[in-house]
Design a protein around this ligand. Structure first.
Ligand code: ZN
Length: 168
């Protein structure tokens, strides 16, 4: 398996059977012929390129992020190879800048798919109606009850042991 991208081939988007085979975002009952497809959790071009690179050239991908964070490490790398890593730096930076919006897009898409598949969603409206302070109080009462029950149990055990003449 290649560990570095060739010069000719950029990590492209659009129809790509290799990445498709690797990622398979589609549920078994609805396989798409394209990648990315409506099941791909994020359509951001940089995110997709990064995902594909990580799949096709995992070692290169890991090092690229490493060199992006610590560019001085590239000093010992032959210039032609170093150039390939440097070529990923703009994308790495854009991905960092977009971290939040990408996370949001993935969350929204996953929820949409769960809805489509009939998988129960967290009921946000119900959660909003809960009174957190009341819940805390209720929990504290339960914990107190458990401690008291345990105390009673321990007392009962001590009493039994005392009756049996083996009390401590
Ligand atoms: Zn699909």
């Amino acid at each position: 398996m290649n560990s570095t991208p060739s010069n000719e081939r950029q990590c492209d988007q659009g129809q790509n059977p290799t990445a498709k085979a690797v990622y398979g975002d589609c549920p078994p009952w609805e396989i798409c012929n394209t990648w990315p497809c409506r099941h791909t959790p994020c359509q951001d071009v940089d995110w997709l390129a990064s995902l594909e690179e990580g799949s096709l050239y995992p070692e290169f991908h890991r090092k690229a992020w490493w060199y992006f964070q610590y560019p001085s490490l590239l000093e010992g790398v032959p210039s032609e190879e170093a150039e390939k890593y440097r070529a990923t730096f703009d994308r790495c930076q854009r991905l960092l800048d977009k971290t939040e919006s990408i996370r949001d897009e993935i969350r929204v898409n996953r929820l949409r798919m769960r809805r489509e598949w009939g998988v129960p969603l967290p009921d946000l409206e119900y959660l909003k109606t809960l009174d957190i302070d009341a819940l805390k109080k209720e929990l504290a009462e339960k914990i107190t009850f458990l401690f008291k029950s345990d105390e009673k149990l321990q007392k009962m055990r001590r009493y039994r042991r005392a009756l049996a003449g083996t009390g401590s």
